[in-house]
Design a protein around this ligand. Structure first.
Ligand SMILES: Cc1cc2nc3c(=O)[nH]c(=O)nc-3n(C[C@H](O)[C@H](O)[C@H](O)COP(=O)(O)OP(=O)(O)OC[C@H]3O[C@@H](n4cnc5c(N)ncnc54)[C@H](O)[C@@H]3O)c2cc1C
Length: 434
């Protein structure tokens, strides 16, 4: 059998290659790293997390928690590696990013049905089955090739940002403490308080600090889910106190009272030697990040392992181009997966790679496709992405709004969400996932 060509060994591409290979289908996985790196990738390993090390909530009352559970039931490689390399983060699934990617790389490279071919892809193979999973930062030549494929359509884009990482030993723990909000779960976050006076000085500095030049950048082009902290700050003096600096449920053990504002740091590796500043995606110039963030008392001597960066993030107008299996309408041998399809987030990118590969495997085996129903998170996401009635298409995180309501009353939002998840898992249980 001719191998399926998978382009890009990120979260979607690695998952797709794995799903195909596990079904006995030969795969040629083409990845340009380490010969060529995107502006946000730093390591040679596959499935690299470009920013946060959190795969978000792991609870079934949350839609992304449901999506994870569905992926586990589909024998997802990405979920298996995430579970094996988790670091404590309250109700969220955060991972040791290096161990996580190393595990994915090892599984992929040692799989007898996968051949890894290193080097940048600039043209789409003219024949055979191809899954394009080259991500939101697809290299320029391939990006142009994809644009030529859809002359009627145009790429859409927004700006995305990554938060800085600091070393644990440089955090002043005399001015900070460990706790999770409302004491839920284990006390995994480092909480850095600010008084009202400190906050105001910080806010002033943040809103007037010098940004790195990003051609064509405008506040309007920023996706809400990953808005730079300085852009959010400019919306109003108190906005951050209702967002990433929210103090509720975080009383300072020294005073027993909630501070005026709290910056949280989340563990970024298993050893706990590196932390990321939660919600501090930024595109300030690097010296400005150091100057402004050092106004947070616990970070006054912070040592930066990596500064925040910002990039253009590109995706297709999928509702007009793709079907519910992420296939190009009218040219089904070509499929897209991952963030380039407009799904937003690590887990969502994985889910699209998983579904695309499962469909392709079935097709090659001459079996009917698995139609994930809208009641499941995997199905709801794919149906949204391919819904031609969606006009102003924007990147989409999985959320319960994409899944049909229950049709009966359940008291309390958490209970209702749990019931929707239960129904999804029952629906998934009815499917033959082989
Ligand atoms: C700056 C930034 C920060 C983000 N932060 C978060 C976050 O904190 N949380 C979150 O959930 N999501 C985040 N996202 C969104 C998204 O979840 C990630 O981008 C995710 O990595 C997408 O997975 P993917 O598999 O589609 O692409 P990627 O993981 O980017 O994988 C694509 C792969 O294709 C390779 N490639 C690209 N072009 C070529 C080519 N021409 N030839 C061969 N290989 C190629 C790349 O090297 C890469 O390995 C962020 C995105 C960006 C851009």
């Amino acid at each position: 059998m001719e191998p399926v060509i998978v382009i890009g060994a990120g979260l979607a591409g690695s998952e797709a290659a794995w799903q195909l290979a596990q079904r006995g289908i030969p795969v040629e996985l083409r990845e340009m790293k380490p010969q060529k790196m995107t502006p946000a990738h730093h390591s040679a390993d596959f499935g690299e997390l470009v920013c946060s090390n959190s795969l978000r909530s792991d609870q079934l009352e949350n839609a992304v928690g449901l999506l994870k559970e569905e992926l586990r039931r589909c024998s997802s490689l990405i979920m298996a590696c995430a579970d094996a390399h988790r670091v404590e983060a309250g109700g969220a699934l955060a991972v040791d990013r290096h161990a996580f990617s190393a595990a994915i790389t090892e599984k992929i490279r040692s799989h007898p049905n996968i051949t890894v071919v290193e080097g940048e892809v600039t043209e789409i193979p003219a024949e055979g089955n191809v899954i394009l999973a080259s991500g939101p930062l697809t290299s320029e030549p391939l990006s142009q090739t994809i644009a030529r494929l859809f002359p009627e359509s145009k790429y859409l884009n927004f700006f995305d940002a990554a938060a800085p990482l600091v070393t644990f030993e440089s955090v002043d723990m005399d001015s900070a403490w460990f706790a999770s909000r409302y004491d839920r779960g284990t006390p995994d976050y480092i909480n850095c308080p600010l008084t009202q006076e400190e906050y105001l000085a910080f806010w002033q500095a943040l809103t007037t600090a010098e940004e790195a030049p990003v051609h064509g950048f405008e506040d309007a082009g920023v996706f809400e889910g990953c808005m730079p902290v300085e852009v959010m700050a400019r919306r109003g003096q108190d906005t951050l106190c209702y967002g990433p600096l929210k103090p509720v449920g975080l009383p300072d053990p020294k005073t027993g009272k909630e501070p005026f504002a709290v910056v949280q740091l989340r563990k970024d590796n298993a050893q706990g030697s590196i932390y990321n500043i939660v919600g501090f995606q930024t595109h300030l110039r690097w010296p400005e990040q150091k100057r402004v963030f050092s106004m947070i008392p616990a970070l006054k001597n912070a040592e930066y392992v990596r500064y925040g960066v910002m990039h253009r993030n590109t995706f297709l107008d999928s509702p007009r181009l793709l079907d519910r299996y992420y296939r190009v309408r009218g040219e089904e041998r070509l499929m897209f997966a991952g963030q380039i399809t407009g799904v937003e987030g690590y887990v969502e990118s994985t889910a699209s790679g998983c579904l695309a590969a499962m469909e392709l495997a079935r097709r090659l085996e001459g079996r009917p496709a698995i139609d994930f129903p809208r009641e499941t998170a995997i199905g709801a996401l794919a149906l949204y992405i391919s819904d031609p009635s969606v006009i102003n298409f924007q990147p989409m995180n999985i959320n319960f709004g994409l899944i049909p309501q229950l049709g009966y009353r359940v008291k309390g939002k958490r209970n209702k969400n749990a019931a929707i998840s239960q129904r999804a898992l029952e629906a998934l249980g009815q499917l033959d996932l082989t």
